[in-house]
Design a protein around this ligand. Structure first.
Ligand SMILES: [Zn+2]
Length: 341
């Protein structure tokens, strides 16, 4: 079988201000070619004021909860640039006692293993790896490559494969935080990946229950109860009072990619080889992106990059370059081989 190729979409109309293409769900352009997402954005001063409000909310929650458990925060650490940077901020700037947590999905580059180990050693942070049975993950990823297992609305910001993997990561992290009574569950989402309004959020049992049903059912249909251990038990879903706060500090702190790279490189982090422009930690990503783009007509990173451009974190030309960059064919072949496609 020939290696998966990205279809040519260079004829698509793209917002003149951000990078959303006309194929993105719900997008509309005005006469100047500006999209409705850009037209709806409030001014930047307002953004700074709102960021300050969430920063203060986070700091006051820290006062209340720090030091009450063996670890103050469980950080979901993919080993990519953003979660590694979040780890250093929470440890060095906020002095939190962190348990960093990573899931090995079978496509972690060797350099990412070394990055996680070296950064955690240098910062003096505890770290936990979870490696789910790869035969189970392989079935889930293969199904996600061959058919749509989620409603389209779920896939606006991530590919099918990424959505499946992230459900396992997020619920495993939540489960461990609950079991260890850790009050904060931290993520390295960029300001383009999470709305500011969700950057400091007490988990609500009804919402978690609904999210677990939506996330678990499609995976259970593929691999049965084997996926159960990566989600919450029924009794954990009942235990509302102990649910941690989700915190995504990069949404309310400064976000600058050069500052991020400089800081983590000082901690020994190095760029892994063979990755696409939108991942600094996962070899599966390019493959998952091409499948998404060929099925839905837009890159699953378009929404995130458009938001970063719109809010002034990233140059438009840089975002366009990342969205158009061809995949590393060697990496795509490696993924196809490992998935048996
Ligand atoms: Zn736009």
């Amino acid at each position: 079988m020939s290696t998966l190729q990205k279809r040519d979409r260079s004829a698509l109309k793209i917002c003149a201000n951000c990078v959303l293409p006309e194929s993105f769900p719900g997008v509309q352009f005005n006469d100047e070619g500006i999209c409705n997402f850009c037209l709806g954005l409030k001014n930047r001063n307002d953004l700074e004021r709102r960021k300050k409000k969430y920063r203060e909310k986070f700091e006051s929650l820290l006062q209340e909860h720090r030091g009450k458990s063996a670890h103050d925060a469980l950080l979901s650490c993919s080993g990519g640039k953003d979660s590694t940077y979040t780890l250093s901020l929470l440890k060095e700037d906020y002095g939190l006692n962190i348990l960093a947590f990573s899931v090995d999905n079978g496509f972690v580059p060797e350099q990412t293993y070394r990055n996680i180990r070296d950064v955690c050693e240098k910062l003096g942070v505890d770290h936990l790896w979870l490696k789910p049975d790869f035969r189970m993950l392989r079935k889930i990823f293969r199904e996600g490559a061959e058919r749509n297992i989620y409603p389209r609305t779920v896939l606006m910001r991530a590919s099918t494969i990424c959505t499946s993997c992230m459900a396992i990561v997020r619920f495993s992290a939540l489960r461990i935080a609950l079991e260890k009574r850790i009050p904060f569950l931290a993520f390295g989402w960029s300001p383009g990946q999470i709305p500011l309004s969700a950057s400091v959020l007490k988990n609500n049992p009804e919402i978690i229950k609904a999210m677990q049903v939506a996330g678990l059912a499609p995976l259970r249909a593929i691999v049965g109860d084997a996926v159960g251990p990566y989600f919450l038990e029924e009794e954990q879903l009942q235990d509302a009072g102990r649910l941690p706060y989700n915190i995504s500090p990069l949404a309310f702190l400064d976000y600058d990619e050069n500052t991020i790279k400089d800081r983590i490189k000082k901690l020994g982090w190095k760029d892994p080889a063979g990755l696409d422009a939108n991942s600094t930690n996962c070899l599966l990503n390019s493959f998952a992106n091409i499948i998404h783009e060929n099925s839905y007509g837009y890159n699953p990173y378009a929404f995130e990059l458009a938001a970063l451009v719109r809010e002034g974190y990233l140059r438009r030309s840089e975002a366009l370059e990342r969205l158009r960059q061809p995949a590393d064919q060697k990496t795509v072949r490696l993924v196809e081989k490992k998935l048996g496609l």
